[in-house]
Design a protein around this ligand. Structure first.
Ligand code: PGA
Length: 253
């Protein structure tokens, strides 16, 4: 919901060792004491697989949530060397999962693979952070909205509970590049996507839409005016507690 809880999600990608919990601890310290919060926003960190079990136990009773960054496209157990199923993640207490990140799509994660991953994650009762985004060429050829519509239509289904699906709009050209869409451009895309999702899946409520791509404590200012945004998926800047806390502070300043 546009005026509901905002999400600040840190995606660590291939970063983090056991002592990196200190970053999350500091953010949790700020988040728990922030008197202005009062349910206004939610903080989630997505560390790599290696840290999930320890961190999930550590933050079980804390306000912060821990998310996985991916899972395999088949469930339960099986002969799939090096892979982890959503069932296995659920069993260690994980309730959030990022799926469809462009870095995984670039390695061959197709819409049909994602259709399976999302369906299994739904079955396991996960909250899903589903990433979509256009590349530079799509943008140049004015294909952005078509690409986004296709990424949504090929994977999501009307029978899903969209209160448990958060869409993260992450233009590929913006990830890690320091480039971001103009507030006007972003606002238009977010409004378009919310409208499209609401109508396509016949929702009686607004779906949740996040922005991701080069979000940091400075750039966050320009997104404040976009009331339709439900939060941010933060990569690079989530590796520092100071940067991450400053993003939240500056957003509410
Ligand atoms: P970035 O990454 O903030 O480093 O651009 C965002 C993401 O890939 O989720």
């Amino acid at each position: 919901m546009a005026n509901g809880t905002k999400y600040f999600i840190g995606n660590w990608k291939m970063f983090g060792i056991p002592s990196s919990y200190k970053i999350i601890d500091r953010v949790n310290g700020y988040f728990s004491k922030d008197k202005k919060n009062n349910g206004k926003y939610k903080v989630i960190f997505a560390p790599p697989f290696t840290l999930l079990q320890v961190f999930s136990n550590k933050y079980k009773k804390k306000k912060i949530d821990i998310s996985a960054q991916n899972c395999f496209y088949k469930d339960n157990f099986g002969a799939h060397t090096g892979n982890v199923s959503s069932f296995m993640l659920k069993k260690i207490g994980i309730n959030y999962i990022i799926l469809g990140h462009s870095e995984n799509r670039a390695l061959g994660e197709t819409d049909s693979i994602l259709e399976n991953k999302v369906s299994i994650a739904v079955k396991n009762n996960f909250n899903i952070i589903f990433c979509i985004g256009e590349n530079k060429k799509d943008k140049k050829n004015k294909k952005t909205l078509n690409v986004l519509k296709k990424q949504i239509s090929k994977v999501l289904k009307k029978k899903y509970n969209f209160k448990k699906i958060i869409i993260a709009y992450e233009p590929i050209w913006s990830i890690g590049s320091g480039k971001v869409p103009s507030p006007n451009e972003l606002k238009k895309t977010i409004i378009f996507l919310k409208d499209f999702i609401r109508r396509k899946f016949r929702l009686s409520y607004q779906p949740k839409l996040l922005y991701g791509g080069s979000v940091d404590k400075n750039i966050i200012d320009i997104f404040k005016s976009i009331k339709e945004l439900d939060g941010f998926l933060v990569g690079g800047a989530s590796k520092s507690s100071k940067n991450f806390i400053d993003i939240i502070k500056n957003f509410y300043k």
